[in-house]
Design a protein around this ligand. Structure first.
Ligand code: MGD
Ligand code: MGD
Ligand code: SF4
Ligand code: MO
Length: 700
């Protein structure tokens, strides 16, 4: 029997089938399900390698540390009891001594349960990797449009006449979704790419705006300057559906193409051409990702781009929209279900008395109205000794957090660390208790892709050893903590379906998205879906925005330099990127022999002029240093990067270099621009440096 699952990697949310045969599990393409993002069945290299997750070194039994990194196997009963006792002890003293991490790598149901557990224990200290990712989108879009999600679907991208791709290496990071860009191009659509690197996505561009990292606001303002100067904004839309135009006009007046060229390095004529092309398009979509969001100005970056979309009226109708491409396969769902320090499920603010009273009644306990800590703030607090314990579900901050040496120090300072994962990782190594979870292919549940499409994924594979579903583990901890009330007042669940029914009852956007409906419809349902007879909402804002007055709030924001700019000591800008064949911290793709062979190691991309200046040779080794650390990598001399900029994929541990300075609103760290210096180093020395970092436990 072919079992339908959803790919456990990225936010495109491709479907595939897994079939058990006498010779083992087999992957098959879901080319017979109309309406899904990969209708023709296609998958990318990671999707094609999902069966490698059955790798032999999976976590199979709960583990208890004797000393750092040395574990003994324990029973589930013993592990759960210990976790509950330690959490209870700390919570009794001060619930805000605890920090919880949900996971964009597991289903909606366990995510709902982790935040419920944190909140029932009395703290809103709960967050997840969205903080390092699209937190500036969530905050920035909320300010402009009233809500933080993608406004349209992939089909709208296919229908667009102009697609602007901003700080998003779409072809490598959402490869199957990129098919919609190619289809649009085949129809004659024009593609504008904004990136400091000539990426695989830029190969497909008609207009390429190669800006310096961290200068996005200047560019967006320059585009708006040209549009307003030529009167190409959508006057009727601006009048009827937005507020703040006069102030915006005044602010962008200063951003002449010539001045913007000076700041961004993008030729003035190209700024003119891009602005006119975008504004004149009948239908246009802007997609964006980490190049825009991971900045100390991330919140303002997103507001500037959202404002550009609003003044041209490219929103709220088919073939148009604001498309932040969500990264992890269920990061949208984890945000929707309140794995954030400021909101309950459904983005209901913890500071809103009425919402809090609803959840107090629903869960039957008193709740905190104080906004909790975000991920990187938690690191800073833990370093000061103000946090006592972390419960981490499905994250690997030792490799993924900016300035990772700090993250490791913080984890080592804790009194108690529990990590729930499917593989041993650099983070489980520091844990007191490790809880073995089943992979998403080995249990069932709902998850939400970047288009707000909620899909059900079925259990296709038998889990290894004693690994258990994430929802089961969290509910066992909940019960052991004494939350044994009936219904929503406790953690007595028999299945993921039970949990989804509780989500239906307290999350307005998911009210009509029941397990029965999802199981019967493999293409899923787009939230908001307010009732069981509602078809779901693929396109947002057709009539009004979700701001209190229903209008888009245009943002007039000024360009400011990045947190760190090059100087004599650190003369280059370092940015961090991804490869199509690897996922994040390599815990999953690193176990696929095929992917590992094809994408063997990270390459530092350096412009030929900079290579000459700093004595680097193609395929030789470089030592890269920043104010936070040093790292070694092979060199790729290429004109793909702008002079003055070097780029490296972070999968293997480049976060020893990056800057953990935060955007003041969204609290995202600036992982896309910091100052660095480079020099040649011999292979033996390079490998020694990497070995040293590995021994410290900060690189993969
Ligand atoms: N293969 C693969 N796919 C993935 C992932 C993965 O790890 N591997 N991760 C998933 C996740 S969680 C996410 S969030 C997405 C991320 O998807 P993307 O955001 O597309 O990935 P990145 O390569 O991190 O960054 C995108 C681009 O930003 C550019 N950039 C750097 N600095 C700037 C800047 O200052 N301004 C602008 N405009 N651009 C800049 C970089 O050159 C890079 O090409 O991918 C998802 N898909
Ligand atoms: N320098 C730099 N740093 C970055 C970025 C960047 O562009 N540059 N990007 C940032 C972004 S966008 C993101 S999203 C973060 C990602 O940061 P993380 O979320 O920390 O990275 P992952 O490697 O995806 O970690 C997910 C963990 O979940 C585990 N896992 C997988 N499936 C399951 C499951 O079903 N259950 C459980 N319990 N565990 C599971 C995996 O083995 C893995 O250890 O990194 C951020 N860090
Ligand atoms: S595009 Fe994303 S969801 Fe689709 S197969 Fe690749 S990793 Fe999986
Ligand atoms: Mo992400």
């Amino acid at each position: 029997m072919k079992v339908p699952v959803v790919c456990p990697y990225c936010g495109v949310g491709c479907r595939l089938y897994i079939e058990q045969t006498p010779s083992g599990y087999r992957l098959d393409y879901a080319d017979d399900v109309p309406g899904i993002p990969n209708e023709n069945g296609s998958l990318c290299p990671k999707g094609n390698a999902v069966l490698d997750l059955l790798s032999k070194d999976r976590l199979r039994k709960p583990l208890k540390a004797k000393e750092e990194g040395k574990f003994v196997e324990v029973s589930w009963g013993e592990a759960i009891k210990e976790v509950a006792e330690r959490l209870r002890e700390i919570a009794r003293d001060d619930p805000n001594g605890l920090m919880f991490f949900g996971s964009a790598k597991t289903y909606n149901e366990p995510n709902y349960l982790v935040q419920k557990l944190a909140r029932m224990l009395g703290t809103n200290n709960i967050d997840h990797c969205a903080r390092l990712c699209h937190s500036s989108t969530v905050a920035g879009l909320k300010a402009v449009f009233g809500a933080g999600a993608m406004t349209n679907t992939y089909r709208d991208i296919e229908r667009a006449d102009v697609i602007m791709i901003w700080g998003h290496n779409y072809a490598e990071t959402h490869p199957v979704g990129f098919r919609y860009v190619i289809k649009a191009k085949e129809r004659g659509a024009r593609v504008i790419v904004v990136d400091p690197r000539y990426t695989r996505t830029a190969w497909f561009s008609d207009i390429f705006l190669q800006l310096y990292p961290g200068t996005d606001i200047a560019l967006a303002n320059g585009l708006m300057h040209v549009i307003i100067k030529h009167g190409l904004h959508d006057k009727e839309f601006v009048e009827r559906r937005t507020v703040g135009f006069q102030e915006l006009k005044k602010t962008v007046e200063k951003y002449t193409p010539e001045r913007v060229e000076e700041i961004t390095g993008v030729p003035a004529e190209l700024i003119e051409e891009a602005a006119v092309t975008f504004a004149k398009a009948e239908n246009a979509v802007v997609t964006w990702a980490m190049g825009l969001t991971q900045s100390v100005h991330g919140y303002d970056n997103v507001r500037a781009v959202a404002t550009l979309i609003a003044i041209t009226g490219h929103i709220g109708k088919p073939g148009n929209g604001a498309s932040p491409m969500r990264g992890q396969n269920n990061v949208q769902g984890a945000c929707d279900l309140g794995v954030l320090p400021n909101v309950f499920p459904g983005y209901q603010a913890v500071t809103d008395e009425e919402k809090r009273m609803f959840f107090e009644e629903f869960w039957g306990t008193e709740l905190s109205g104080e906004v909790g800590l975000t991920t990187v703030e938690a690191t800073h607090e833990a370093l000061k000794g103000r946090l006592k314990a972390y419960y981490i579900v499905g994250e690997n901050p030792v490799i993924s957090e900016a300035n990772s040496k700090n993250a490791v120090k913080a984890l080592r300072r804790l009194e108690f660390l529990v990590v729930q994962d499917i593989f041993p990782t650099e983070t489980t190594r520091l844990a007191d208790i490790v809880l073995p979870a089943t992979s998403m292919l080995e249990n069932e549940g709902s998850l939400t892709n970047t288009e707000r499409r909620v899909q059900w994924s079925f259990k296709a594979i038998e889990p290894p050893g004693e690994a258990r579903p994430d929802w089961w583990i969290v509910s066992e901890v909940g019960k052991a903590l004494g939350f044994t009330g009936s219904g929503p007042k406790g953690f007595n669940y028999r299945s993921a379906e039970d949990v989804l029914r509780e989500i239906n009852a307290c999350t307005p956007q998911y009210r009509g998205i029941t397990p029965e409906r999802l199981k019967a419809n493999l293409a899923g349902i787009h939230w908001p879906c307010p009732s069981e007879d509602h078809p779901g909402t693929p396109l947002l804002y057709t009539e009004r925005f979700l701001t209190p007055d229903g209008k888009a709030h245009l943002a007039a924001v000024e360009h400011r330099p990045p947190a760190e700019t090059p100087d004599d000591e650190y003369p280059l800008i370092l940015t961090t990127t991804r490869y199509v064949g690897h996922f994040h911290t390599l815990t999953m793709t690193g176990r696929s022999e095929l992917l590992r062979k094809r994408w063997r190691e990270p390459f530092l991309e350096v412009h030929p002029g900079d290579a000459r200046r700093f004595g680097l040779e193609d395929n030789g080794w470089a030592l890269i240093e920043t104010r936070r650390g040093r790292y070694a990598a092979r060199v790729k001399v290429t004109k793909a990067v702008k002079p003055g900029v070097v780029a490296i994929p972070w999968h293997w541990g480049a976060n020893v270099l990056t800057n953990d300075v935060l955007d003041p609103v969204s609290k995202i760290p600036d992982t896309k621009a910091c100052a660095c210096r480079v020099k040649p180093v011999g292979e033996v020395e390079a490998r020694r440096i990497l070995e040293e970092l590995r021994a410290e436990g900060v690189v993969a």
